[in-house]
Design a protein around this ligand. Sequence first.
Ligand code: GAL
Length: 465
Amino acid sequence: MRARSKHRKSTTWGCNAWSRVSMSTVVWSLIGCLLMLHLYSIVRQRDTIGGIRLHTSHHILLRELEAVEEEDIQIPPPKGKRSPHAAKRRPKRKTTLIDEFLDENSQLRNVFFPDEKTAIDPMKDVGDDSFYYFPARIWLDTEGNPIQAHGGGILYDDRSDMYYWYGEYKDGPTYQAHKDGPARVDIIGVGCYSSKDLWTWKNEGLVLAAEEKNETHDLHKSNVLERPKVIYNERTGKYVMWMHIDDANYTKASVGIAISDYPTGPFDYLYSKRPHGFESRDMTIFRDDDGVAYLIYSSEDNSELHIGPLTDDYLDVTNVMRQILIKQHREAPALFKHEGTYYMVTSGCTGWAPNEAMVHAADSIMGPWETMGNPCIGGNKMFRLTTFFAQSTFVVPLPGLPGFFIFMADRWNPPDLRDSRYVWLPLVVGGAADLPFEYSFGFPLWSRVSIYWHRKWKLPDVWKG
Ligand code: GAL
């Protein structure tokens, strides 16, 4: 017996190259499990920071903002009978919804640019439609005129407890400066609207006006003033406006700076420059929680973005700058921050024509920035590939609703730019992590950013504006 058991024992250890293999497999699996657990806890930690967020996002009032709404828009058959000759020829390619969108005479015109009969008029008793956003419908101010604040941004001013919406006032004729030049409207100025509820907007007038006579002035009407954004400087007590300043051919590629003592202006135009000595076209500014503000602009023929802090008074850039999203050809940047992470929505570079949005994320505002993908959800494939036929301009934080933002975009109308529309939609940070495109670290770290299509939506009543 003893011998046998001895034998058996020796067999157990002896023939046991296999056992050793399985022992080390067990040990390594354990280590693997521990590692996975550790990584999981890191991700969980991020999610717990956003614990309120996950909780909030499942709040019943908010859930409907995350509902996926589909759109079924049929492309109409070509108008009139095709000639026998044309009928024989196969069309080069199928007409797409984007062709229809860009066709001024499309039978779908009214789908993309609903007429004034459907205008949103917050001063009328609209019953149940009160406080509802209807993306792309005409939106009237408190005097009954269509809001003129394109390529705009919103400042929340705690001194007056008001929201101010600044944008390009484009209520003039659209024309081309040259046969092949882009459609344009002469500079009229920067429009400003005030609101308590982000729905009813009072026109505060032109807070920065074009220069009519002096042709050498940056703001001469023949030039370009786009994407104005305003922030408040606590130290100097001034409201500071940054904007894209250009000539009609977009070769000046500069930023312009103006200041005012009041959010409603008038703003004094100070000067323009090429920041850090580089071309600057589409741009925005972002004020971080610590009071440091940053300029972000498309540069090097729009092939990359540049980012850098402003001076303490916000009137200039410093000489610190990083090149980001190199060779990605992004513009129309709209930056926001959630739970210590920076996010940015951008568009591609196709002039007034819509294209696919991308969202980017970074742990530090100066980068590295990683591209996560297209945040658009719902509508239909064409809606998602065209940012709902619009282009990003700003993301509005909603105090009291962590993880929820308003995504502001412009549905440009190149044949008649003054009639460009606003597409405001809920943007939600949370949910399953996205795999970044330029993914270097080996683990998806960022929360998903989603922009949900809605034909009609409103901020939940829990939101205290
Ligand atoms: C877009 C840009 C707009 C405007 C337009 C002119 O790419 O985002 O702000 O500059 O080009 O074609």
